[in-house]
Design a protein around this ligand. Structure first.
Ligand code: SF4
Length: 372
């Protein structure tokens, strides 16, 4: 069995190690490029959302390299992710590829179905070996999230442009090489030490911006036009609302136990939206409320063009912005989106945030002086 999977940020580092530990030959898709997107766009329905097109391009490139098994995630609820895998399977079969697709869906209490599918991947491995591989993968996910969180804080203050990204790449390679939880811990420590060694400048005026939106778009830098890197290099401290570990905890672990997740976000959203609308729509609203209440300067909402759950969220964000007093920028991206136009929009938004902050500081100063 030669296994492949779709790209999702740094997930390929985790999945490659995990599937190799299961004794499988792994053929990761080549890194996402314009060619990947062109392939997806050529063969996907025109109004399919961008993640479907990118994943389809990933699969075509991996199948052309010899993969014969695709591991794909599945979804539930009022969102197109629920039939992504089926659509992609039919398109790939029409193109003449010979493969099997294993679709792993949130168990929602029916864990046995998920276990049956995992058994195909685990082959003859003993339960102890499978557990060991799964624990190592979980440590890697947590380590990657920790590393990425630190990168977002560090980049805004780097003295030399690109130094943080360089340290991050080295950190990723340590984690990629790790095959046991102990090695993951050592790899993370080395990565964090490299980040701590990045020379920093003092910037007391650094803006703080929260990123909200559709999960794939937040986790895959190629899809979001490297928004975190762009903002960081503009001196902005960025905080992302979702990480791979939090998504897995909510949608795989808690869902398996039929337990609700993301309670703080749902509670924050409840004033504006109570219903689950598919995908991450309700969470986007709740995350914006939480960023506002933590005193962030602004929020950037990223969604794929035609994404229904995020369009619902988008219609509510103006009310949240007014009532919670936080500016936001909503950016809908697709295969036509270009970096130059995106940077211009980011710069204009940051100018607005800076002016707003100075105005607030001036008002506070005048108030303090009047009281003396
Ligand atoms: S959340 Fe949006 S982009 Fe993601 S699969 Fe659903 S409809 Fe597509």
């Amino acid at each position: 069995m030669k296994v492949t999977f779709p790209h999702l940020g740094s997930l390929s580092i985790v999945l490659t190690g995990l599937l190799q530990d299961f004794g499988l030959e792994v053929i990761p898709p080549p890194p996402i490029t314009k060619k990947t997107i062109d392939l997806g766009v050529l063969h996907a329905p025109e109004f399919a959302c961008l993640p479907l097109k990118i994943n389809l391009g990933n699969f075509i490139e991996a199948l052309e390299l010899g993969a014969d098994t695709i591991v794909m995630g599945g979804g539930t609820g009022p969102c197109r992710f629920g039939y992504y895998a089926q659509v992609q399977r039919e398109i790939l079969q029409d193109l003449g590829f010979n493969f099997q697709m294993i679709v792993l869906e949130p168990p929602q209490g029916q864990v046995s179905k998920l276990v049956d599918k995992l058994k195909i991947l685990c082959g003859n491995k003993r339960p102890g070996e499978i557990l060991q591989a799964a624990i190592t993968a979980w440590y890697k996910i947590k380590a990657l999230d920790k590393l990425q969180g630190e990168v977002l804080k560090c980049r805004a203050f780097e003295l030399e442009k690109g130094a943080t990204s360089k340290a991050y790449e080295a950190g990723l390679s340590f984690l990629q090489a790790a095959r046991t939880p102990a090695q993951v811990k050592t790899g993370l420590k080395k990565g964090l030490e490299l980040l701590a060694g990045v020379k920093q400048k003092i910037n007391k005026d650094a803006l703080r911006v929260g990123l909200i939106g559709e999960v794939y778009m937040l986790l895959e830098p190629f899809a979001n036009l490297q928004v975190e890197k762009l903002l960081g290099e503009m001196g902005v401290v960025v905080e992302r609302s979702v990480y791979l570990s939090s998504w897995i905890t909510e949608h795989l672990i808690l869902s398996s136990l039929r337990l609700p997740g993301g309670l703080a976000t749902k509670k924050a959203a409840a004033k504006y939206i109570k219903q689950f609308v598919g995908g991450h729509g309700r969470e986007s609203v709740g995350d914006m409320v939480r960023f506002a209440r933590r005193g962030f300067d602004g929020v950037i909402h990223i969604l794929p063009f035609t994404c229904t759950p995020e369009i619902v969220a988008q219609s509510i964000l103006p009310i949240v912005s007014r009532q919670e007093g936080i500016p936001y920028l909503s950016v809908s991206l697709d295969e036509q989106s270009g970096e130059a136009g995106f940077i211009t929009r980011l710069e204009a938004f940051l100018d607005l945030l800076k002016q707003r902050r100075h105005k607030t500081q001036n008002q506070a100063f005048k108030l303090a002086t009047a009281r003396r």
